[in-house]
Design a protein around this ligand. Sequence first.
Ligand code: NAD
Ligand code: GLY
Length: 365
Amino acid sequence: MYNLLHKLSVDLGARSYPIMIGEGLLGEYDLSDYVGGSQVMIVTNDIVGPLYLEQALACFPGKRVDSVVLPDGEQHKDWQTLNLIFDALLEKRHTRKTTLVALGGGVVGDMTGFAAASYQRGVPFIQIPTTLLSQVDSSVGGKTGINHPLGKNMIGAFHQPEVVLIDTNTLQSLPPREVSAGLAEIIKYGLIRDTDFLDWLEQGIDQLVACDSKALAEAIFRSCACKAEVVAQDERETGLRATLNLGHTFGHAIETFAGYGNWLHGEAVGLGMIMAADLSAKEGSITQAEYDRIVRIVSSAGLPVLPPADMSPAHFVNLMAVDKKNVDGQLRLVLLRSVGDAVVTADASPSNLSATLMAFCRQQS
Ligand code: NAD
Ligand code: GLY
């Protein structure tokens, strides 16, 4: 029997939806009430499918459930792989009453959501995230899409799921490197809006790295609560939501430079947050001691603290120019106004930015 630990809501009026967090939900929890028609298409990949597809099928009693298995990896978050979902939907004659289900990490979640946003001009979808990162971030909030060779997540749509089902038991099969990647996004919430949470994370980081199930469930709950609050206030990222991108401008540049899949998204975000903190310190918003604290927590999570050895400041500048937050060619960054408070700004001094880039790239030689 499953154990439902937490139920949250993302409050978006008629499009509000629940986030269920618990143990043993997969295979036990009946999701058919969230399916309007009779057809379901589960989208997964060749790592997650063999582990959890059977259990996911059991969540839809009485429905006609098909599945499509994509190749695993960030390098497949592209048009070609997206098309495999449309091929399966059309081959199996799925109508506009179908419901798509994302079973996997953020890559499967983002692609399934985008397929749902566009198949027959939009069908509903359900998120069943199976990585820590997707349970605390990507499955909530309705950002969907794919990468372009010139930039991360450059093609996509906002499309909210009907429900997010988080079974924390799935984390038992997650490799340690992926746990660390998820911790980056968890630390992000502490840094941008919740210092109590940051203190709690700092004290419990070793338990989290060791995958202690009680600590992880609490971290997932607090992260989802934070994200749900932000999304409810600013679904389309006209302001507040952009602060969830702390570290992402530097991070996306690293991911694109390294080649999709070589640096994990969470690893790049972890280092990106350190670089944003360094720039925030140079701008005088946080102290050196606060910067050191941020480096300590990110590195205790098992995340890298230096960029790829062959990445130069010029590489950063060129890649950071392709960012969705930029307006009229002007770079906009998320910086810390203080620990626990972030701001989106175009006002960072160019010389401080150069100094940050040079400091991090120089440490390699
Ligand atoms: P991922 O989806 O690539 O998953 C990481 C790896 O773990 C993959 O190899 C996957 O197959 C495997 N895996 C998944 N669940 C597993 C399990 N339970 N046991 C064992 N292996 C498992 O990566 P991710 O970190 O989940 O997501 C990163 C993606 O999410 C990026 O593309 C990023 O851009 C996107 N993202 C989107 C949002 C959003 O708001 N939509 C937010 C953050 C990140
Ligand atoms: N991960 C950033 C967002 O959902 O807005």
